[in-house]
Design a protein around this ligand. Structure first.
Ligand SMILES: Nc1ncnc2c1ncn2[C@@H]1O[C@H](COP(=O)(O)OP(=O)(O)OP(=O)(O)O)[C@@H](O)[C@H]1O
Length: 310
């Protein structure tokens, strides 16, 4: 992949803080028009990488291109094109929600009228219209996250870097965030979302880069993740009939749960294999009451990697 048309390309990046090697060796690509998830356990270097992408921290070595520009030598070009949502929002105590957006817009060189219009649009997009005149400091954690997202979008950046954007959001706001990020990607923007909460990412992301101990250990598209070997749980009534049928078809299974809620876990190579097994069980008169992936596709990859969970 080239970066002539934007997006992000990172090769062999490293960054230490004194004796702590926060990022040792990361390769990372995020193409325009897609949502790329940056996944890794606490302390694996996600925020450090995002800070380097946002031109807020210089790498010790390696190369970074954001929208075709080098954050080290061309920070101004990068900053005008990047929207940055940190994992916690620092707010100016005295400013209202609208003033926060207008002030940030002005810092990006936007005209007052353009800023006001855009701020109003964004408050609608993040569902904060009724808080426009409230001091930003009184917002709840989830509302602050939404303001932080609006702030990142004020100058209509082509690249969005979001550090744990769903943290603190209620389920409704998470669904709205998902839909907003999909819309932004569909507009051709490059969206990077860092997270260690994997449950939502399956539906938000197009691809994922997994990091562990400061190194990129795997990169895969959601299609690849969905087609890999996965565990499915199966329940039937009675379970003995299911055990007998699985034995007959030569499908190995593991028993999970207790006698009140017992389920069998089977390892299946693809969604085609899963639909074959379900069809075969039902056609064989097994009363299947539950049949579903045991975890999300990305979660399966995450659990299969030899990552440290510190
Ligand atoms: N300014 C700093 N000074 C010293 N050590 C740092 C600094 N910033 C980060 N680190 C260390 O670098 C490592 C990576 O931190 P980073 O914040 O990038 O991880 P992360 O993947 O974003 O974690 P989390 O999921 O908990 O947010 C950690 O061990 C952290 O303690």
């Amino acid at each position: 992949m080239t970066n002539e048309h934007g997006g992000i390309v990172v090769e062999g990046v490293a960054r230490s803080f004194g004796s702590v090697q926060a990022v040792r060796d990361i390769d990372f690509e995020a193409p325009p028009g897609e949502v790329t998830a940056l996944i890794g356990p606490n302390g694996s270097g996600k925020t450090t990488l995002l800070l380097m992408l946002a031109s807020l921290l210089a790498p010790d070595s390696g190369t970074v291109r954001v929208a075709g520009f080098d954050p080290v030598t061309q920070p101004a070009e990068v900053r005008t094109r990047v929207g940055w949502m940190p994992d916690t929002l620092g707010v100016w105590d005295s400013l209202t929600v609208l003033e926060v957006l207008k002030t940030v817009g002005a810092l990006y060189g936007m005209k007052a009228a353009e800023c006001a219009l855009r701020a109003d649009e964004l408050l609608v997009a993040v569902n904060l219209t009724e808080f426009g005149q409230q001091p930003a400091r009184v917002l709840s954690r989830g509302q602050q996250q939404r303001l932080s997202l609006a702030r990142a979008l004020i100058h209509d950046p082509e690249v969005l870097l979001l550090d744990e954007p769903a943290s603190g959001l209620d389920p409704g706001s998470r669904v709205e965030l998902r839909s907003l990020l999909r819309t932004l990607a569909a507009e051709g923007k490059t969206v990077v979302v860092s997270s260690h909460v994997l449950s939502e990412l399956d539906e938000i992301a197009d691809r994922a880069v997994f990091v562990s101990r400061g190194e990129s250990v795997k990169s895969q598209t959601l299609d690849e993740a969905g087609n890999q070997t996965r565990r499915y749980y199966v329940q039937a009534q009675p379970m003995a009939a299911l055990a007998e049928a699985l034995g007959r078809y030569g499908v190995r299974f593991e028993v999970r749960g207790d006698s009140r809620r017992e389920e069998f876990l089977v390892q299946l190579g693809s969604t085609a294999e899963a639909s074959w097994l379900l069809r075969t069980l039902v056609m064989g008169d097994v009363v299947v009451t539950a049949f579903a992936p045991a975890g999300g596709a990305l979660e399966e990859t995450y659990m299969s990697l030899d990552t440290d969970r510190r």
